[in-house]
Design a protein around this ligand. Structure first.
Ligand code: HAM
Length: 412
């Protein structure tokens, strides 16, 4: 027997109803904010991610699924932002549309050690607003993230925000940290000892106790921000307050990807344990330029759908379609039944029958399992009289209906 690849998941029909509910809610809310869907390929040139996420990031160093094809190296996309900015430029949206609001829903791939809430194929619901540097956009994007959480019936989340500043500020913070942490380098965990030299910001969100203590003693603040970045961050915080969005400024929040600058944010949920981030995002004002485009800002975020579903109370999308289940007794009725099903479907009524030649009792059990709203029972005798028995499964009420009137009866 074959098994699924570790870190992947089969989404079975009992679960797919909740996935649909989340996706339906997301599309509705994105359109309220005037976002339009973009679908990019699942594979990209690997160098797109090396360049934008950063050579020293964990994703690029050890988590990319690579496909070697002669001279080319492709990667299964580990995230959506780089692909979307690539697509924005390749399709000249910078020239034709300028400022765009895009959303996406789909699978991402990271070769991680699987655990609860950490998969190798997982799904993002995310968005990117490209072409503006305005702090008001940061506010709207975070407000949109909160609105989505409400739409997903998720409560008790925490929104943490920080500003990394412009590339110069980020560089200053990096140097300051390097200098401070080199003194304690021996006490850091083995991973952070490496990070001090090649990706020091990542030391800030290491989960190791000793690293946390050392970092905590650094007493970080917003002091690395230049006046413009400070002002931008103030406007973001004031805008969020104005919309009554609760947030916490978290000076240790740096995010793992190189493309971020200025506002970054993360949304966590206490019920999730070690992998508690349900979503995250931030600004990437240099990314469009880095990929060969004009000097345009951008901001976005992505939620991990598997993690959303662990904390969501959203109702399953099933049972709402009012399924009609036909039970036939006898060969003539079985034959006529196919035509009845065809007519009902043409009238937009969802219906099904049992294809296992079960007894009446067994077929009725099948109707129950399928959560049918109505059951139709047709025997050869009824067929001769041109009637059918209609049973309402929630009230138990049963009546005979003429076959000609069946569609009308079910539609009202
Ligand atoms: P990220 O923080 O790497 O950001 O991923 C966003 C969310 O995806 C995480 O908060 C988490 O919920 C989920 N996630 C990440 N890795 C896994 C995994 N292995 N298994 C299950 N869920 C996972 C980004 O990817 C950025 N592109 C977000 C962004 C959009 N920033 C700006 N625009």
């Amino acid at each position: 027997m074959f098994k699924r690849v570790p870190g992947t998941k089969d989404i079975l029909p009992d679960e797919s109803g909740s996935w649909q509910s989340i996706e339906i809610a997301a599309r509705k809310i994105f359109s309220l904010y005037n976002y339009r869907e973009i679908r990019t390929p699942l594979i990209e040139e690997a160098s797109l991610f090396n360049r934008t996420l950063g050579e020293t990031t964990e994703i690029v160093q050890k988590q990319m699924f690579l496909i070697h094809n002669q001279e080319d190296v492709y990667a299964l996309r580990p995230e959506g932002t780089a692909s979307i900015v690539r697509s924005y430029l390749e399709n000249n949206l910078d020239k034709t549309a300028g400022f765009v609001k895009l959303y996406y829903i789909g699978p991402m791939f990271r070769l991680e050690r699987p655990q609860k809430g950490r998969l190798r194929q997982f799904h993002h619901i995310g968005c990117e607003a490209i072409g503006s540097q305005e702090p008001e956009l940061d506010v709207e994007v975070i407000a949109l993230a909160e609105e989505l959480l409400k739409g997903f019936s998720i409560a008790d989340y925490r929104i943490k925000i920080n500003s990394l500043g412009c590339p110069k500020d980020k560089q200053a913070l990096t140097l300051k940290l390097k200098e401070a942490l080199q003194k304690n380098a021996k006490e850091l965990c083995p991973d952070c000892r490496v990070r001090v030299n090649n990706n020091v910001l990542r030391v800030l969100d290491c989960k190791n106790e000793t690293c946390r203590k050392i970092v905590g003693d650094l007493k970080l603040s917003e002091s690395h921000l230049c006046p413009e970045c400070k002002e931008h961050f103030e406007k973001v915080k004031n805008g969020l307050k104005n919309l009554n969005i609760s947030f916490q400024v978290e000076p240790y929040l740096v995010r793992g990807l190189d493309y971020y600058n200025r506002t970054v944010f993360e949304i966590s949920h206490p019920e999730l344990g070690a992998q508690d981030a349900i979503g995250a995002g931030g600004r990437y004002n240099n990314l469009v330029k880095e990929l060969g485009g004009p000097d345009l800002g951008g901001i976005g975020f992505a939620f991990g759908v598997e993690r959303l579903l662990l904390v969501s109370k959203i109702a399953d999308n099933k049972d709402k379609n009012g399924l009609v289940y036909l039970v036939t007794l006898g060969d003539a009725a079985k034959n006529a039944g196919l035509k009845i099903l065809n007519d009902l479907r043409s009238a937009g009524i969802p219906c099904d029958t049992d294809f296992l030649d079960k007894s009446l009792k067994g077929a009725l059990r099948g109707a129950n399992d399928a959560a049918a709203k109505y059951v139709l029972i047709l025997g050869d005798d009824e067929l001769k009289k041109n009637i059918i028995t209609l049973k309402n499964m929630s009230t138990g009420e049963q009546k005979e209906v003429s076959l000609q009137n069946l569609t009308g009866e079910l539609k009202c």
